[in-house]
Design a protein around this ligand. Structure first.
Ligand SMILES: CC(C)C(=O)C(=O)O
Length: 506
């Protein structure tokens, strides 16, 4: 059986820009248009509504100028209106060659919005199409609210299609304007139309109000639709349109008799660029392009990846120019940590791996995001405890109040003997150290002097979850450093101090 080619029309720059709060500048539109046509390689792009603004005019002009030089001009479309040729003149002046004419696809819209009869509407459309033809403009027709038209005024829709059959129209575009169709209705309605007009090109334009945009688009293709309208990241009016990335993946994986022009490897780059320009963040769990969708969090999944690829699916990240990641946190097992260590080129023995795993779980329990970049810091924090644990900081209270000296109460255990002391200081950590000095005085020990105190967030870390404090100490006999790592700066300094206490008592 020969495969059918389905045209992909991207409408990020028109319907996508109808996302509340989004306005692309002319140069952003040009950059996105170039990526869509040259990297993603979709068949067509809809770039603007005619007559929106002077900025929009400039955007269309820039894109048509570039597409003309690169032989893409007939891939660039502009939404126009039945307005006695005003939008046609606008788009011609901006250099565009294909109009997507907005007409009424339901009797309700026609009657209550345009207040016209079907014959009056058809006459206006006919006039528009012949004007376009006389000016060498190609016409596609949108039947706005077509889905409700099929539900409530089917006779009108078929009368309209019969009229269009006599017109020089290249494509008929069927929008589910309010995103109300179910997948089975999408199939049924498109099939009914394609059975009657098998040789006419029909695009299907779905919206996502019930989160059915992708399912409806797929059912539309199964029923015979010849093209789909999609947007990057599913941007668009209200709940948006069917998202490009997941629709492309479903077509490639589940419709073997269909071919499309869309380079899966470019999807992520385009999505990120559109996220950037639009300011609309991609949800982390958005299929294909979300930050988390190729991250295994549960240890059991990472373990399964090592054992005959038990968690394999066709949605492999490399397909989309992405990489599998293994999250670090409270549900990480040793397998997640091993995967991250491999990437960093690090190796740990079983004992050390157990300690590091335990520390990551503790940090994860505090709801902290732990990243691969944090790992070397956690390893040094855990593995430089090369002493017998003789001193434990049991508890402390640190207070800081305007107009009062910082103060502390500290309880520590030294070789099974517990001590508690209060103290004040110039700052909270100074107060903490003063309390420790009092305790160690009872043991006839002098604590080393603190000669440097450095705090940093592990560089390269994507999260601000961890904070490292490195303290340099000087006693009569030696100078040494200890480090502490925690999500809280003061706690990280206290961990570094506890290590110092253990070093001097060992
Ligand atoms: C403007 C029209 C064509 C539209 O986007 C829709 O009906 O969904």
């Amino acid at each position: 059986m020969s495969k059918k080619h389905i045209e992909i029309m991207d409408t990020t720059l028109r319907d996508g820009e109808q996302t509340s709060g989004v306005s692309f500048s002319a140069s952003e539109k040009l950059t996105i248009a170039k990526l869509l046509l040259e990297e993603l390689k979709v068949d067509r792009i809809e770039i603007a509504s005619a007559r929106v603004s002077e900025g929009e005019f400039q955007a269309v002009k820039n894109i048509t100028h570039w597409t003309k030089e690169n032989n893409y001009l007939n891939k660039v479309e502009v939404l126009t209106f039945v307005d006695n040729g005003v939008s046609i003149n606008w788009m011609i002046e901006a250099g565009a060659k294909v109009q997507n004419l907005l007409t009424k696809g339901s009797l309700n819209h026609l009657t209550y919005q345009l207040k016209k009869t079907p014959n009056q509407h058809f006459a206006d459309i006919k006039e528009n199409i012949s004007l376009a033809q006389s000016k060498d403009i190609e016409t596609n027709i949108y039947l706005e609210d077509w889905s409700n038209g099929m539900r409530n005024s089917k006779e009108y829709v078929f009368e309209f299609l019969e009229f269009l059959a006599s017109q020089p129209v290249k494509r008929i575009m069927l929008p589910d304007t309010l995103g109300v169709l179910t997948p089975s209705e999408s199939f049924e309605f498109i099939k009914e139309i394609k059975d009657k007009y098998p040789n006419t090109h029909f695009d299907f334009h779905t919206h996502n109000d019930y989160d059915l945009g992708v399912s409806n688009a797929i059912e539309g293709i199964k029923a015979g639709a010849d093209g789909l309208h999609l947007t990057i990241n599913g941007m668009g009016e209200r709940a948006g349109n069917a998202p490009m990335a997941s629709t492309i993946a479903v077509i490639n994986d589940y419709l073997p008799n269909v071919t499309i022009n869309a380079n899966e490897k470019a999807l992520y780059t385009v999505s990120k660029l559109v996220e950037n320009f639009s300011g609309i963040l991609i949800p982390a769990n958005k299929p294909i392009v979300g930050a988390n969708v190729f991250t295994q969090t549960a240890g059991i999944h990472a373990d399964g990846d090592n054992k005959n690829n038990l968690y394999f699916s066709d949605l492999m990240p490399e397909r989309f120019g992405r990489k599998r990641q293994y999250a670090l946190g409270k549900s990480s097992g040793k397998a997640n940590i091993q995967k991250n260590l491999q990437e960093l080129g690090l190796q740990l023995n079983d004992d050390d791996l157990k300690k590091v795993t335990q520390r990551i779980i503790e940090l994860g329990d505090k709801k902290q995001v732990v990243t691969k970049e944090d790992l070397p810091y956690i390893i040094s924090d855990v593995l430089d405890r090369t002493y017998d644990e003789k001193v434990t900081v049991n508890s402390y209270v640190l207070t800081h109040a305007k107009g009062l000296n910082p103060s502390t109460t500290v309880s520590i255990t030294i070789e099974e003997e517990t001590f508690e002391e209060n103290s004040q200081g110039d700052g909270q950590f100074d107060a903490f150290m003063n309390a420790l000095r009092k305790i160690f005085k009872k043991k006839k020990m002098i604590l080393p002097a603190l000669i440097d105190y450095a705090v940093r967030i592990p560089p390269g870390s994507n999260s601000d979850a961890l904070c490292e404090t490195i303290i340099t100490w000087k006693s009569d006999t030696k100078e040494f450093k200890t480090r502490g790592l925690d999500s809280d700066q003061t706690v990280s300094a206290i961990i570094a101090t506890e290590k110092m206490l253990n070093i001097i008592t060992n």
